[in-house]
Design a protein around this ligand. Structure first.
Ligand code: PLP
Ligand code: ZN
Length: 399
């Protein structure tokens, strides 16, 4: 393993990665895992990948697990990147691609973060954790925790997708609902963590979830033959995926796997919960709490993200952007991609398509640029985004 320590990106203080660490003890900001990238560069070659298993563990030199026997896996796969041929023609963008994270265990990209989060928790001897969630993260942590024999205490808004509740329930997690938002669930979790000494698995309050989400960045680079796209659009809630992709690309650059300009990273949010977009438009380094947040794209209903400054840094450093789309457009583009490409994607993923069209129309995305959308989960997890009322026939009736 090539991890050197954990680092607070604000204070630059280092913490020992052999112990369980949560936030920076000084500024209470998130910690990032740092590697000896020089040694990784000397010992990790692109050619070594050809003989490795086809899942996220193939990038082991840039992952934080010391002993492979601690790996907890539910059968992660490299998710496909699909060229959207018909939509390309229809919208006028020549090179439009979608990475479909719906293929992950549990149907969302959350399993990437959890594969690393739970494996590392096991390695550090964690027995129980608590976390707030908008649904998918809780479901993913619950299922991996079951396999690892770690106890899970999960609090989610009562309006979170019911399937995610059921995933927690069947895998034996202790599940609680709250009549409020993920931020309210977070307050309850904070008290439980203090009272019982649980590990706090809240977004970015443990350093390893981001290391799992980072693997999206590795896969994107490798799947495109190490020629990264010009633009990557990501539906942003807590922003861990975007921070992770950025971290992955920086690490790949440092070890010489990719060269040149990084993709422009775009955070896509919903009009009624757009704290990052607001901060970006005001050229700020941090976001403010968004009151009365509400969108059908439940996974991105995050009124204030603890890693907001890292999301904004990734956007500014790559000359990216942040854009909000409304629920009506989300549903419209979710239907469009299903009709044209046969893909039933989640509303969060559909938001990136709506945003792409907007950014193309206003000239920010150019016709011949290589554009990649992240579909963060399967539409199958959100059956209620579609209403179907087909006619009911009598048995002897004809169609
Ligand atoms: C959690 C989630 C998001 C937001 O992810 P972050 O990396 O926390 O911004 C987007 N889409 C889906 C489907 C999610 O479950
Ligand atoms: Zn700090």
């Amino acid at each position: 393993m090539y991890v050197t320590d954990l680092e607070c990106p604000k204070c630059k203080i280092k913490f020992n990665h052999k112990e369980l660490n949560q936030l920076c003890s000084l500024c209470h900001g998130p910690l990032l895992v740092r590697y000896d990238l020089k040694s990784v560069k000397d010992n990790f070659k692109k050619e070594s990948l050809s003989s490795r298993s086809y899942n996220l563990w193939r990038y082991k030199e840039l992952l934080p697990i010391e002993d492979e026997k601690n790996i907890v896996s539910l059968g992660e796969v490299i998710t496909p990147i699909i060229k959207l041929e018909k939509l390309s023609r229809k919208l006028g963008i020549e090179n439009l691609y979608l990475k479909d994270e719906g293929f992950n265990p549990g149907g969302s990209f959350k399993s990437r973060g959890v594969a690393l989060g739970i494996s590392k928790a096991k390695e550090l001897g964690v027995k129980a954790f608590a976390m707030p969630t908008n649904g998918n993260a809780g479901a993913a942590w619950a299922t991996y925790a079951a396999k690892a024999d770690i106890k899970a205490f999960i609090v989610m808004p009562k309006d979170a997708p019911i399937i995610t509740r059921n995933e927690c329930q069947i895998s034996g997690a202790k599940l609680f609902l709250v009549d409020g938002l993920i931020s309210d669930a977070g307050k309850i979790v904070a008290k439980a963590v203090k009272k019982y000494g649980f590990m706090d698995a809240s977004t970015l309050k443990e350093p390893y979830r981001i290391e799992g989400k980072k693997t999206m960045g590795f896969e994107i680079a490798e799947q495109f033959g190490w020629n990264v796209p010009d633009v990557i659009l990501y539906p942003t809630g807590g922003g861990v995926g975007l921070i992770g992709i950025y971290k992955a690309l920086l690490e790949l650059k440092e070890i010489g796997f990719i060269e040149g300009k990084l993709p422009r990273l775009v955070a896509v949010q919903a009009t009624n919960c757009a704290p990052i977009v607001k901060a970006f438009n005001e050229n700020k380094k941090e976001s403010e709490f968004w009151e009365d947040a509400q969108t059908i794209a439940f996974g991105i209903t995050v009124p204030k993200a603890i890693g907001d400054f890292l999301v904004l840094e990734a956007i500014y450093e790559t000359n990216g952007s942040a854009i909000a789309v409304d629920d009506e457009d989300i549903l419209k583009y979710q239907e469009l991609i299903a009709k044209e490409e046969g893909l039933f994607i989640c509303p969060e993923g559909a938001a990136t398509l709506a945003a792409t069209h907007e950014l193309y129309k206003n000239g920010w995305i150019k016709e011949n640029e290589k554009v990649l959308l992240l579909n963060t989960g399967s539409g199958l997890k959100y059956p209620d985004t579609v209403i179907s009322n087909p006619p009911i026939l009598k048995i002897d009736e004809e169609i």
